[in-house]
Design a protein around this ligand. Structure first.
Ligand code: PLP
Length: 399
């Protein structure tokens, strides 16, 4: 028997999902741009999926662009937006960008590169020891040159939830509800949110705000196929497309649509966020996460990195404190016991690099190198959690 606890990396489609997906695809295999019956069926399937994803996020269908995943969605919502701003004649000064220290590499790497190239000026807002960005720090970092703020809604490694709703509401207030001289400047600031980990785990109304200009989503984090995602782009906001060539997605993202991926994304939204049981299932999952946190807090050889409160209901990250056991060895032992976990973010695992997130939270190099992330799904059972706790106790050295 195996226990899969790496849902923040990828959450596998459920058996029912495969059946629904195959059934949906049987009747449409055409190119959605083709004018004939098969093309029209494929186009209708995409429209249906677009409605499901848009409804789950609480946005209009016209404002949703299907892309290849969370990385591309984040790229368009940050670098694509900056490119557009730089192309605008009135952008005469170097744009100032604010991000947090724990952004996913999909946001962090390219912006850090642009900063090194002196194309932008970058402010990296720090986080506290629990992995929380300070609202006050972000707001007080805004200067007259600020054109972009990009903050993730939930961190992929430790699960800390960020004050994105508060930031969005604040920007909205400043833009449209106060007649101050700064209002015009606040209207120009683009607020991008990486919603990849929060979408499907926390009800949208708890974290979305009218002040958000773009939100990145990824389908495979909620049990759909890999290689598909979406960017919500608020009406009136613009980015410079990274590719040209086709009129798909209203000229915003050329290339034949990933039909199976998009259909799967729509179905996953219906099966989770739009289902009646979902809220209760998430509450149960959170109780299991708390049970895991409590058990880890009792283990002297482990240090809990995830916040106990104000966190994703599925993510538990801890570091090994024993010099006799490395994180990689622990992962191997868990693997041999049929428990599939990860060392943090899937993107950096294998490289044995210290986690940038944990270093930003003030952890030592050793703790940042020896982290384990267990990420649950709503289908994770109590028995599985108890098995994992026993296995951790068995594997941890008794020094
Ligand atoms: N943003 C966050 C917070 C993530 O966790 C991930 C993937 O792990 C991504 C972006 C990238 O998403 P994708 O794998 O769909 O490119």
């Amino acid at each position: 028997m195996s226990i899969y606890l790496d849902h923040n990396a990828t959450s596998p489609p459920q058996p029912d999902h495969w059946k629904a997906l195959v059934d949906a695809l049987k009747s449409c295999y055409g190119n959605p741009s083709s004018p004939h019956e098969q093309g029209r069926s494929a186009s209708v399937a995409i429209t249906k999926a677009r409605h499901a994803v848009a409804k789950s996020l609480g946005v209009g269908v016209a404002d949703l662009i299907f892309v290849s995943g969370g990385t591309e969605a984040n790229h368009l919502g940050t670098v694509g937006v900056l490119s557009y701003q730089l192309q605008m004649a009135e952008q005469t000064t170097k744009p100032h960008v604010i991000i947090s220290a724990i952004e996913h590499p999909a946001v962090y790497a390219h912006l850090e590169h642009l900063h090194k190239m002196e194309t932008i000026r970058l402010t990296v807002a720090p986080v506290d020891e629990h992995g929380f960005v300070s609202f006050d720090h972000v707001i007080s970092s805004i200067t007259p040159e600020t054109t972009l703020i990009a903050i993730m809604a939930a961190n992929n490694e430790v699960g800390s939830l960020q004050p994105v709703k508060k930031i969005g509401d604040y920007l909205n207030q400043k833009r449209w509800h106060e007649s101050t001289p700064e209002a015009a400047h606040f209207q120009k600031i683009h607020f991008h949110v990486d919603g990849v980990q929060i979408f499907g785990k926390i009800p949208t109304e708890k974290w979305m705000s009218d002040g958000m200009d773009s939100v990145a989503l990824s389908a495979h984090k909620l049990g759909a196929l890999q290689g598909v995602g979406a960017l919500f782009l608020r009406k009136g906001r613009k980015f410079a497309p990274t590719m040209m060539g086709g009129a798909q997605e209203k000229n915003r993202r050329p290339g034949t649509e990933n039909l199976p991926g998009i259909v799967s994304f729509g179905l996953a939204c219906q099966e989770s966020l739009l289902s009646t049981e979902w809220t209760d299932q998430v509450v149960q999952m959170d109780l299991r996460r708390q049970r895991l946190c409590d058990a880890i807090l009792q283990m002297p050889q482990a240090m809990l990195n995830s916040p106990v409160e104000n966190a994703l209901p599925n993510t538990v990250n801890f570091s090994l404190c024993s010099p006799r056991l490395q994180g990689e060895d622990m992962l191997l032992m868990l693997d041999m016991n049929g428990i599939y976990a990860s060392s943090g973010s899937a993107c950096s695992s294998g490289a044995n690099l210290p986690s940038r997130t944990l270093l930003a939270m003030g952890r030592s190099m050793d703790l940042a190198k020896n982290a384990i992330r267990l990420s649950l799904s709503v289908n994770t059972t109590d028995e599985e959690i108890e098995t994992v706790i026993s296995c951790l106790k068995k594997c941890l050295p008794s020094d």
